[in-house]
Design a protein around this ligand. Structure first.
Ligand SMILES: Cc1ncc(C[n+]2csc(CCOP(=O)(O)OP(=O)(O)O)c2C)c(N)n1
Ligand SMILES: [Mg+2]
Length: 578
């Protein structure tokens, strides 16, 4: 039967429950857009730049049950979108990338947009699929969704040769039958070893990654049963409710406050679930697990990469927890530990209160104000920069999918488009982005799309007029830092040009008023940019820890060289000052 490729693809998207497709049309996929515009269930969102398309689709996937879809013209669309695809790969976010291909049937060379895009996509995706004919098109797109969700999630690309869109295809009625693979449960022998190790532990602890998301009730039961303190990775923020008495911090080791380090030093068995000890989460590998490490993950490739586990268990995270709970010994008392954690959190709050200077906006006032005024289900979106770690440390979140950040690829420019994607997928929830004033220059213009669609996140632009995170590290090592100065620009002019509301926030006292007004405008569908004169003078626990860890690892000669340079520049700097 003769069918059009555009219809077959749209039918596959509809059957997968996909709702939002991000991209820019080109000559090659006109027929696909024709079919998309006729769909009643799938909405094509035309973006200003395909870089945003990748991040927007990521925002959809991280905050809903739908897999975000990116729709690209050959070559040029793909190169622009690579940043978002790579971020999704390293952060385990399912995405489907419809990368249109050039014509494969014309026999012509030097076609428009012709580069080897499959070679570009291969290292940033779980797989690159390519249907050989119209008859394979529908099933190939369905398979891409299944692969994107399977195991450790990630992006999957489908290259659709342009002729499949352009020319009528001989294709059977769309059908696809591949049962979802069963949830992988732990091997009983592994489970017994883990139980024995935990039964003999003096001070067990939990370390949870994003792979453990979606099972808060069982994770809470596990923590209570073990009487164990709970820490998470950066991506795992929210997988364990952060108001729970046993939740300690997002990480431990040098990157954590003193009370967390004290608790972690006692830990003899660490149960790490759905994580992989990557550089960011471990503060440059300063977080070192004890020798008795139990590492549970769906992807056996992560075991032993950075820290050798005593026991590695290949299993779905929650299937493991469900199997372990019934075989554990009776609960251990944890009142003392809970009290220690409560005192620790109180001390952290006290330290932050001491950082308020009465001028500029302190992070504690900004994040505290947002948490007080925004809805419980608020989605917080951070960008690569100081804001990511400020948000990580200051926010207390109760569920996963509420802290979106570019973690392991750490790509600047993530937050504005990801927030727009999250808002489109969750129009009834507050969505708030914390964007550095450098990152804002990369993708802030995408707010034009948000204004046009009436999907208005609040975007706090953290204004320090520099690439602050880099400047912080430069200054700490006495390196020259002119390269971290930002070109001067008017945040207001950019916001207004993008069709946004604009507010200024310069003191702690003004936080409640400005946050309330921004949320009100946003709830009315208006994207709202708030320029925040942020006081970035105090380092996060994370930054301090990473600095100490990285410095500690330098060879002696380099340590001496850095200290000498730091001292020399501090003295000449002091002399140069009037
Ligand atoms: C695409 C990209 N380019 C460069 C970097 C390196 N980098 C990481 S944080 C940072 C500074 C971010 O500056 P800004 O957005 O102003 O946030 P701030 O740290 O000042 O709050 C830079 C340049 C990056 N992570 N991603
Ligand atoms: Mg900045």
């Amino acid at each position: 039967v003769s069918r059009h490729g555009g219809e077959l693809v749209v039918r596959a998207l509809e059957d997968e429950g996909a709702r939002l497709v991000f991209g820019i049309p080109g000559t090659h996929n006109i027929e696909l857009y024709d079919a998309l515009e006729r769909s009643e269930r799938v909405v094509p969102i035309v973006v200003t730049d395909e870089q945003s398309a990748g991040f927007m689709a990521d925002g959809v996937s991280r905050t809903s049950d739908h897999v975000g879809v990116v729709n690209l013209v050959p070559g040029a669309g793909t190169t622009h979108a690579l940043s978002g695809i790579a971020e999704a790969l390293l952060d385990n976010v399912p995405l489907v990338v419809l990368a249109c291909g050039i014509r494969g049937d014309s026999g012509r060379a030097y076609q428009l947009h012709d580069i080897d895009q499959r070679a570009l996509l291969a290292p940033v995706t779980k797989a690159v699929l390519r249907p050989g004919s119209g008859a394979e098109l529908y099933a190939t797109v369905r398979r891409a969704f299944a692969l994107a969700r399977a195991g450790a999630p990630g992006p999957v690309a489908v290259e659709v040769p342009a002729e499949l869109y352009l020319l009528a295809q001989d294709a059977p009625a769309p059908s696809w039958h591949e049962p979802a693979p069963p949830r992988k449960a732990p091997d009983p022998a592994d489970l017994a070893r883990v139980r024995d190790l935990l039964a003999g532990a003096r001070a067990p602890a939990l370390y949870l990654g994003n792979g453990a998301r979606g099972g808060a009730d069982r994770l809470v039961a596990l923590a209570e049963r073990l009487g164990a303190p709970v820490t998470t990775t950066v991506s795992g923020k929210g997988v364990f409710p952060e108001s729970h008495r046993l939740w300690a911090w997002n990480g431990f080791g040098p990157q954590a406050p003193p009370f967390v380090r004290t608790i972690a030093e006692r830990v003899d068995v660490l149960l790490a679930i759905g994580c992989r000890f990557a550089e960011v989460a471990t503060g440059s590998y300063g977080l070192v697990p004890p020798r008795d490490l139990v590492h549970v993950d769906i992807d056996p490739a992560v075991f032993g990469k950075n820290f050798a586990p005593r026991i590695a268990v290949e299993s779905d995270a929650l299937a493991f927890v469900e199997a372990l709970l019934p075989v554990l010994p009776p609960p251990r008392p944890a009142d003392e530990l809970a009290a220690e954690i409560a005192r620790g959190h109180a001390a952290v709050l006290e330290a932050w209160r001491g950082e308020r200077k009465g001028r500029l906006v302190s992070p504690a006032a900004l994040f505290g104000g947002v948490q007080e005024l925004a809805g419980r289900d608020t989605i917080h979106v951070a960008d690569s920069g100081t804001g990511e770690f400020l948000a990580l440390e200051h926010l207390r979140l109760e569920a996963p999918g509420r802290f979106l950040a570019p973690v392991d690829f750490s790509c600047m420019g993530y937050s504005v488009p990801a927030a727009i994607g999250a808002k489109l997928a969750n129009p009834d929830r507050d969505v708030v982005a914390y964007t550095g004033d450098g990152a804002f220059l990369m993708t802030g213009l995408e707010l034009l799309t948000a204004a046009h669609l009436g999907a208005g996140p609040v975007v706090f632009v953290l204004r320090d007029e520099e690439y602050g995170q880099i400047a912080q590290f430069q200054r700490a090592s006495g390196a020259l830092s002119a390269s971290a100065r930002l070109v001067p620009y008017s945040c207001e002019a950019v916001a207004r040009a993008a069709g946004c509301e604009f507010l200024r926030l310069a003191t702690d006292d003004a936080v409640p008023g400005a946050v309330a007004r921004a949320l009100e405008l946003s709830r009315g569908g208006r994207p709202t940019v708030v320029e925040v004169k942020i006081d970035a003078s105090s380092k996060t626990y994370f930054a301090r820890g990473a600095l100490v860890t990285n410095f500690g690892r330098l060879p002696l000669g380099d340590k001496v060289r850095k200290i000498t340079r730091f001292a020399a520049r501090a003295i000449t700097g002091a002399l140069a000052r009037p």
